[in-house]
Design a protein around this ligand. Structure first.
Ligand code: FAD
Length: 416
């Protein structure tokens, strides 16, 4: 009989952060990762106050800040003419929410959690691809590719967008957005144009956008270029290729086009999400992170939601422990499932709407720009429901921001 309390399938940011959250409760946690090594592919991650609040609770915030950058402003610009549309003062945002908005290299955040897991005694196993799940009385089992069966009172599937465990709960497929992301990091001395590293900048344009911000204390510039692929819309298999990148950004402003030669051209990320589901738990098997709620990345909340999931589950396990310390697995899973799916449903759907807003062209783009230029920069009504404290109970979930229809833009502007 195994003496493991929790098996976590998947050692991404969701799996490792949850492993740490549970190990610090004194639980014996085992992580099964399919890859030969623990690691993250990609470049930067933006971490909003709803994440840095949790990092602080974990005692990891100061280290994260030392590895990343705490910018002063987030600026949205029009990708065609380069003009500023709106901004967030991130120092004021930190005063408002009590925790900073920061940016960090994914591998640095992942490495931070990996180290924390090692220190906390998590058993970290690689080359373990899980192919099947099953229920038993009072526990759950997983089977790995080599036929080994692993058992624990709780199994958490943090196995990403193509989750095997999700099939237990729903017969769905990832939804293609027909958008693709290119990434690239550039050492600052190699830049051919000046960039203000105190800013996170997003340029929004017709069917495309471009993001850049500093990483690693300002040694690197992180760039993300996202566009709608005509080949994807035409149903072609070979979509999102570098020739499409160049065409998509050909009409953008000088600053955006200056970033293109620095994008990695040998790898790109086709962007998928999934329709939200409200059931994440079956018996003692629970979905977490992208396995449960993969978003389009426009709200920069995907990794954050995964970190929040683990924190919420751990808080309920802590709260519901019996006098002898025995975990109330079923109670904690019920409390987790009562609060997280609804929050993540809102984020996934808002991210889709956000993408539509960013990528408008023609008249709608002008209306959007008018609205954004008239937004008060100290108006936090559209971030309160996301950046405030992570809710532990459904009644603590703040009301969601309702966007103003674009058609009212002219009216607002003409009356102001
Ligand atoms: P994953 O990172 O996918 O990890 C899953 C892990 O499970 C992997 O290690 C995988 O190898 C392993 N695995 C899979 N199947 C098995 C199996 N059968 N057996 C064993 N192991 C398995 N989020 C933010 O919060 N902020 C941002 O700024 C941000 N920017 C983004 C920019 C882009 C361009 C993209 C594409 C995403 C962005 N995201 C951002 C989203 C974020 O990257 C993801 O939501 C997050 O990494 C999901 O983490 P996860 O641990 O749930 O899943």
């Amino acid at each position: 009989m195994s003496n493991v309390d929790v098996i976590i399938v998947g050692g991404g940011i969701g799996g490792l952060s949850t492993a740490f959250a549970l190990a610090r409760l004194g639980l014996k946690v085992q992580v099964l990762e399919q890859a030969p090594e623990f690691g993250e592919v990609g470049a930067g991650l933006q971490l909003a106050p709803n994440c840095t609040r949790i990092l602080d609770d974990y005692g990891l915030l100061d280290k994260a800040k030392s590895l990343g950058v705490v910018p002063e402003r987030m600026v949205m610009r029009d990708a065609i003419d380069g003009s500023e549309l709106t901004s967030l003062d991130l120092r004021d945002l930190e005063r408002t929410y009590g925790y900073p908005y920061m940016v960090i290299h994914r591998s640095d955040l992942h490495g931070l959690f990996l180290e924390a897991c090692r220190t906390a005694g998590v058993e970290l196993l690689t080359h373990q691809r899980v192919t099947a799940y099953a229920h038993a009385e009072g526990n759950a089992t997983v089977v790995t590719e080599d036929g080994t069966t692993w058992v624990a009172p709780l199994v958490i599937a943090a196995d990403g967008l193509h989750s095997v465990a999700r099939k237990l709960l729903v017969d769905d497929e990832p939804v293609s957005s027909s958008y693709v992301a290119y990434r690239g990091t550039v050492p600052i001395p190699e830049l051919t144009r000046p960039v203000d590293l105190s800013e996170v900048v997003v340029y929004v344009g017709p069917r495309c956008h471009f993001v850049h911000y500093g990483l690693r204390g300002g040694d690197l510039l992180n760039q993300v270029a996202v566009f709608e692929s005509p080949k994807a819309l035409a149903g072609l298999e070979d979509w999102g290729t570098p020739d499409e990148l160049d065409t998509a950004f050909a009409a953008t402003c000088d600053d955006v086009r200056a970033g293109m030669p620095h994008m990695w051209r040998d790898k790109w990320w086709r962007m998928f999400d999934r329709d939200p589901i409200s059931t994440w738990v079956q018996g003692r098997i629970a979905l977490l992170g992208d396995a449960a709620h993969p978003p389009l990345q426009y709200m920069a909340q995907g990794a954050i939601m995964a970190i929040e999931d683990g924190w919420v589950l751990a808080e309920h396990l802590k709260r519901l422990r019996a006098g002898d310390g025995a975990p109330d697995w079923d109670g904690a899973l019920a409390a987790y499932e009562a609060v997280r799916p609804e929050h993540c449903r809102r984020v996934v759907l808002t991210a889709r709407a956000w993408g539509e807003l960013w990528h408008l062209g023609g008249r709608a783009r002008e209306q959007r720009n008018l609205l954004l230029r008239h937004r008060a920069i100290d108006d936090y009504s559209f971030t309160d429901w996301v950046y405030g404290p992570t809710a532990l109970f459904p009644e603590d979930e703040p009301p969601m921001f309702e966007p103003i229809p674009l058609a009212t833009a002219d009216l607002i502007v003409s009356n102001s």
